[in-house]
Design a protein around this ligand. Structure first.
Ligand SMILES: NC(=O)c1ccc[n+]([C@@H]2O[C@H](COP(=O)([O-])OP(=O)(O)OC[C@H]3O[C@@H](n4cnc5c(N)ncnc54)[C@H](OP(=O)(O)O)[C@@H]3O)[C@@H](O)[C@H]2O)c1
Length: 383
């Protein structure tokens, strides 16, 4: 391992800035670079992170640079110039929270589509980033935040999947451990869980306390021993939106940032760790994962095969609005979920080969902007 560990965060939005800030609060052995698009936002975020680190007595090196992902050569040059050991992607054309800024009736209309139909908005920027990673000849471990549950299996078809994702399946794990410890009367420090769940289930658990039409896998471990049989799992899940509810919306992305750091910090520090992550090595959905010497091994509930875990995640994928991701990367969307976007935006897509994703993202962006403007005008007129 080099003396200095180099970490690049690509994307100076809400999540990228949070994670960059936390990574900067490290020791002298780290150099953290923020690669953003907007000069003012990126400069301020880099300065703030560096100044906070100084104020707290930390010594990580902090720097920043600029690119636009649509300029693959420039992004590749920035990656090649910095030579990151770990590259964190936090880019999106339309983050999940954007629709929550709409007037309530418009938000509710779109929310009914679930996440799958919006896939191009997360897939395309990651595709651009991965092309730049390859063009740079980078051997960085690439960690991605943008809908890894579906983005990774699509990009795997083109040999462009990031190594691992963050968040989603991971975001409920601390609450589940806390709930299990309370139920079993044990110390949370001795409790582990192994959760197999797609983005759809992760999202639903914290709001409804069940996995709805999708399946999930969960085991509870005390000091390494499987104690699931002693737990009342449905009750544990019901506690998530009740006693163990979390801050929602953008402010709630502190939990996502912590999930990201749970994967990034062991990779940066060269430590082994047990984590939860979506999309490891191009797989669909989310899994418990052992990080071992920078590689990833599934750490499934005892007795669960990988095929079973994948089947569980495919049930979540369908509930999220994606019928199928074919071996060539073509995505087939669920008609009911897509119908929600067709009704609201006039956007329809039955099947999307990877080569059409860019045009689809552009079309969604245009139609969404129109929908947003009309919804805001209507809400304004009703005031
Ligand atoms: N896995 C999880 O649990 C989880 C949780 C939360 C969020 N996420 C996902 O993480 C991603 C980031 O979320 P966020 O909340 O941070 O979103 P955000 O605040 O909208 O940030 C997205 C960033 O992408 C940048 N970007 C877009 N197009 C670009 C381009 N052509 N070149 C360079 N940069 C570009 C934007 O740049 P500008 O600032 O210049 O527009 C923005 O800074 C989203 O996909 C979101 O859904 C995942």
């Amino acid at each position: 391992m080099n003396d200095i560990r180099r970490i690049m965060v690509l994307g100076a939005g809400d999540l990228g800035r949070r994670v960059f800030h936390e990574l900067a609060q490290g020791d002298r052995g780290r150099h953290v670079r923020l690669l953003g698009r907007d000069p003012e936002t990126t400069l301020r975020a880099a300065n703030s992170a560096g100044f906070c680190a100084l104020q707290r007595g930390h010594g990580a090196q902090v720097s920043h640079a600029l690119t636009d992902l649509t300029d693959t050569d420039r992004t590749a040059q920035e990656i090649a110039a910095f030579r990151p050991d770990v590259l964190f992607l936090a880019v999106s054309y339309q983050s999940w929270w954007q629709i929550s800024t709409l007037p309530e009736d418009a938000f509710k209309r779109l929310y009914a589509a679930n996440f799958g139909p919006w896939l191009p908005m997360h897939l395309v920027p990651v595709l651009h980033a991965m092309r730049a990673v390859r063009a740079a000849g980078s051997d960085a471990t690439v960690v991605n935040a943008a809908f890894p549950d579906a983005v990774h299996p699509v990009l795997a078809a083109a040999g462009l999947a990031p190594h691992i994702g963050i968040g989603n399946v991971a975001n409920n794990v601390p609450a589940l451990r806390t709930a299990a410890a309370r139920q079993l009367g044990l110390d949370v420090a001795d409790i582990d869980v192994r959760l197999v769940a797609h983005h759809y289930v992760s999202h639903r658990l914290s709001r409804h306390g069940d996995s709805g039409p999708a399946r999930m896998g969960l085991s509870v471990h005390y000091a390494g021993e499987d104690v699931t049989a002693k737990a009342d799992v449905p009750e544990l899940l019901r506690w998530l939106p009740a006693d163990y509810r979390r801050t929602g919306g953008l402010a709630g992305q502190t939990m996502t940032a912590a999930s990201a750091l749970s994967v990034l910090e062991p990779l940066v520090d060269g430590r082994d760790a047990h984590v939860h992550a979506p999309g490891p090595d191009g797989r669909v959905g989310g899994y418990p994962v052992a990080i071992e010497s920078g590689r990833f091994r599934l750490l499934l509930p005892d007795g669960m095969t990988e095929d079973e875990a994948v089947a569980i995640n495919l049930s979540g994928q369908r509930a999220d609005g994606i019928t199928e991701i074919r071996p060539d990367g073509t995505v087939v969307f669920e008609p009911a979920a897509m119908g929600v976007l067709t009704d609201a935006l006039g956007y329809a897509c039955e099947r999307m080969p990877l080569g059409e994703a860019e045009d689809r993202a552009r079309e969604i962006a245009e139609r969404y902007a129109h929908f947003r403007d009309r919804s805001c005008e209507r809400a304004e007129a009703l005031r």
